[in-house]
Design a binder for this molecule. Structure first.
Ligand SMILES: [Cu+2]
Length: 275
């Protein structure tokens, strides 16, 4: 390439980076795009808290981010304890969903980062209260949530375990399972990370550590699977990580078998993936 062509090519590449530049889209593809979900002031007006996500909130594992400002000094707060309380108001009843409270310190990009695993879609029915402890004060902020959308294919399933407890009686336990990684699939080896929680009550979802997970990806339309997959193993905090090998693009199904104490829990559990 001579230098003129190089310069023209550079200009084309640089300008193409800005073609899709608007308020909704990142300029650089791999940069995390923080979307402001809501902003609120805490109960006694000590803190201003801005709530961000990286996508529209959906049923499944959502990374959530917060920036906190001291209302009295205007200073950004860099160390705080955040305790989250997601709640869905269903009219006659209400329930929570699994969540992971943020760490006490900021990410490299300056956010308190946690996760909320919304269990149902909803319009004006979910809210997120956050107890913020910083500078010697604890105050609660409450964010109403306009919308939690469903996704197709789904990113969250529920494993239903029915344990016989005698003639005609069963104890049913629900295990919400959410897809964490990857957020974008590729041909070849993909990190495959899920969370498993136990639905102890409508309000309590402890993370589940004792599960054995076996995965079998298949391409149903073509009747084949793939080699070199790695069963997810427990890595802490309800997370299980393995690897899925997709040998081509298209529609895949990742079949999952969940076992605890040698017993298989539920049947026919899978994530469909299209890429
Ligand atoms: Cu609900």
């Amino acid at each position: 390439m001579n230098s003129t062509i190089k310069i023209i090519t550079s200009i084309l590449v640089i300008s193409s980076l800005f073609v899709s530049c608007n308020n909704d889209e990142p300029i650089i593809k791999n940069q995390v795009n923080y979307i402001k979900v809501a902003e609120a002031v805490s109960a006694s007006s000590s803190f201003n808290v801005v709530f961000y996500a990286t996508d529209s909130l959906f049923v499944g594992y959502n990374n959530v981010y917060f920036k906190i400002t001291d209302k009295n000094t205007g200073a950004a707060i860099t160390h705080a304890t955040l305790v989250m309380h997601p709640l869905m108001n269903m009219g006659t009843s209400s329930h929570a969903c699994p969540f992971e409270n943020p760490a006490d310190s900021l990410t490299a990009e300056g956010y308190f980062k946690g996760a909320v695993l919304f269990s149902m879609m909803g319009t004006n029915s979910w809210s997120l209260a956050v107890d913020v402890t910083a500078n010697g004060k604890t105050e609660t902020v409450t964010f109403p949530i306009d919308k939690v959308k469903s996704t197709n294919p789904v990113k969250k399933i529920v494993v239903m375990d029915s344990l016989s407890t005698g003639a005609g009686t069963w104890t049913v336990t629900k295990y919400p399972v959410s897809l964490v990684e990857p957020t974008a699939w590729k041909t070849g080896i993909n990190t495959f990370e899920i969370t498993v929680h136990t639905m102890a009550s409508m309000m309590s979802f402890p993370c589940c550590s004792g599960m054995t997970v076996e995965i079998t990806p298949e391409m149903p339309s073509m009747g084949h699977g793939s080699p070199n997959n790695v069963n997810p193993v427990f890595i802490g905090n309800g997370h299980y990580r393995g690897a899925v090998n997709f040998t081509m693009t298209g529609s895949w199904r990742i079949n999952m078998v969940f076992k605890m104490g040698g017993r298989t829990l539920g049947t026919n559990n899978y994530f469909d993936i299209v890429f």
